[in-house]
Design a protein around this ligand. Sequence first.
Ligand code: B3K
Ligand code: ZN
Length: 854
Amino acid sequence: MTDAPATVHLADYQPFTHLVNGVELTFRLAPQATRVLARIRFAPNPARPGVHPLRLDGEGLRLLACSVDGQQVQAALDAKGMTISAADLPPDGFLLETEVEIAPADNTALEGLYMSKGMYCTQCEAEGFRKITYYPDRPDVMARFKVRIESDLPILLSNGNPVAKGKGWAEWDDPWPKPAYLFALVAGELRARSGRFRTFSGRKVDLNIWVRPGDEDRCAYALDALVRSMKWEEEVYGREYDLDVFNIVAVDDFNMGAMENKGLNIFNSRYVLASPETATDDDFARIEAIIAHEYFHNWTGNRITCRDWFQLCLKEGLTVFRDHQFSGDMRSGAVRRIEDVVVLRARQFREDAGPLAHPVRPESFVEINNFYTATVYEKGAEVIGMLKTLVGDDSYKRALDLYFDRHDGDAATIEDWLKVFEDATGRDLAQFKLWYSQAGTPHLKVAEDWADGVYTLTFTQTNPPTPGQPKKAPKVIPINLGLLNPNGDEVLPTTTLEMTKAKQSFRFEGLAARPIPSILRGFSAPVVLDRKAPPEERAFLLAHDTDAFNKWEAGRALAKDVMAEMALKGAPVSRAWLDAVAAVTFDESLDPAFRALCLRLPGEDDMAQTIHALGRVPDPAKIHAARREMSGALAVRLGEGLSQLYKALDDGAPFSPSAAQAGRRALRLAALALLTRRDGGKLAAAAYAAARSMTEEIGALSALLDIREGEAELQAFADRWGKDANVMDKWFALQIAHAEPAEAAALTGRLTARPDFDWKNPNRFRSVIGALAANHAGFHHRSGEGYRMVADWLLQLDPLNPQTAARVSTAFETWPRYDASRRKRAKSELERILDAPNLSGDLREMVERMLAAG
Ligand code: B3K
Ligand code: ZN
């Protein structure tokens, strides 16, 4: 048994005892016995006066040699690191030399140095560097790294600029001081797709995307996205790249999306490789966003890093905000905003409403990897969006310039970040800071009054209790508001109301008629708007709102009202909703991508969350049935127009991943899905056979699976793509996503029995087990089979890869919202996990937090 993992507290922060003045690493690579030689120069840290021993992190290392200034010393070793007593350390600074042995081939956790299909690679954030060598593995210790790699493999990469290479070795030098979590090394049989970028000051940068042989022809889109990111970063934020090379490596076994290591980004191959035949339009959009995200980290994350892991949102929230801005500029801003809010609600609102809720800046953790969450990332980005709305675009720009100026080279905090805004604008942000410290999604109620030509809106905010935070103070909420006349004209263009109190009224005078309010335009704050509105008003806004987000939101709110009535009271599909959607669907003046979004029904999990927030118990089977009934009714209501739409949207143009073409495909495939509900699958089968892109292939296959057809197409798909893991992941996930609730677990069972269910690969695991967890009615099926199967697989994966097991376990975070019988079943699965011998600290922390809810 290892000791119980300790809880780390933000309040306990202390600077490290020493400074690191330079690191030289030599890697002698071998799968079972890699040698890592480290030469680290330490100096006393003036911020920690006094005499201190040297405490270094280190896990799973075999120490072979250890000396200080050339003298061998006896280090005290334990499971978490080594300590060298102060008596062995010259007070003015010293050179520590160590040699350790590690076995990358046995590293199944994919953290530290590991192997993926014969290639060596690393993942150090957050605390993986300690699995490579003894080091102060914390973000506030920044140092310059020089690296020598010795191996017979042809391509040897590390951070910074290449210095020299010869047969069997290569040397790299990173001139920019960095924390250890940004260290990276890659060695393998790799091929590059290369490009060039000239920065605004004239610096030439070599760009390379490194992939396994055979994948070279799938790099063009990522390379193009990289160049556009670099340019956008210069134009919009004035930030230039700072090395001679920028390398990206695609890896098949990776715990998350990608990693921003300085000058050497490592990517999950599914977020790099793309061709029209293998990637969907959504894949293209995601690749563009992730390439940009990791690139933008070069300034927000690398040049300015975090003082400690509690400040994670400092780099992640800001970088997500920036990648959202970028995607909005590259594509339709309105469509991107809607998509981002859909994700925010699906992941972050869900997290905020359950047992895993935590502040954007948490105050304690056991395993930091468990805090790379939707709250830190997505809500962290929303907080920055609100700040920008409150101070205005010009002040935002001035504040960011000041941030880069003042903190370049620092390991900074949220306090530093907010101070920059206070200094740049003169604003007091003390109340705003609550967004960082209080968890939970605020609910906003609205009351209207119209009397004597004066229209008054009164808002009331409530901040619901979350684990460890029973009581909360009111937050600053920027509410973007527009007012429309009953004839559809806008009488008040978008105006930001600044709500600072628990209850607050805003008056509008000089209006000729009682207006229709368009509240929270652009989703100006991450809150739940609790406002009942009659269907006519929602339909009116869907038809007339000038704010694209709120126009969509009106349709979405209407669809949710209808679905809730159906699931809770057995109401019929509403005519008003059908008519309103029909009007938008056939409105040729609107962007096809927007129309496709309006045709998409709210997700079942989202609906369950909404019903739960109404104080009712969601029934997954009823929600599922209601949603199907709604799309069936829509297929009928849209009638012949659908076929025309489907035909008209095929312009025969050659494939382009452009947002415009993707939008047309999305609308066309939405039409196909509905048509398939009526024609028994004839059109979809033909569409599958004629598909010229993966988007069309998946679209046609989904439509067929939706009506329990598509056996032959599934087989054809597997025959064609069987050797392509990234494409086959879609094949696995799609079937499970479309499975009947009662059959989802059994289907998953059959798929996991296949020899190509490589469960140790995180992408495959997520495509199958994650897909079952995401099939709302299947996972929550009353038999409890969904819960049992996911729990079984978490238990199987945990000993090998605790990080991915812990991540997928969030499938259970919603268990308290359901009925007693489901709760009992889910809870007993969680308890079963907790009883497992040698459960990882990662999974234990998650399960304990989830169980604490009841
Ligand atoms: N910073 C990494 C995430 C690291 C996750 C460690 N468990 C990727 C990103 O946010 O860009
Ligand atoms: Zn990031």
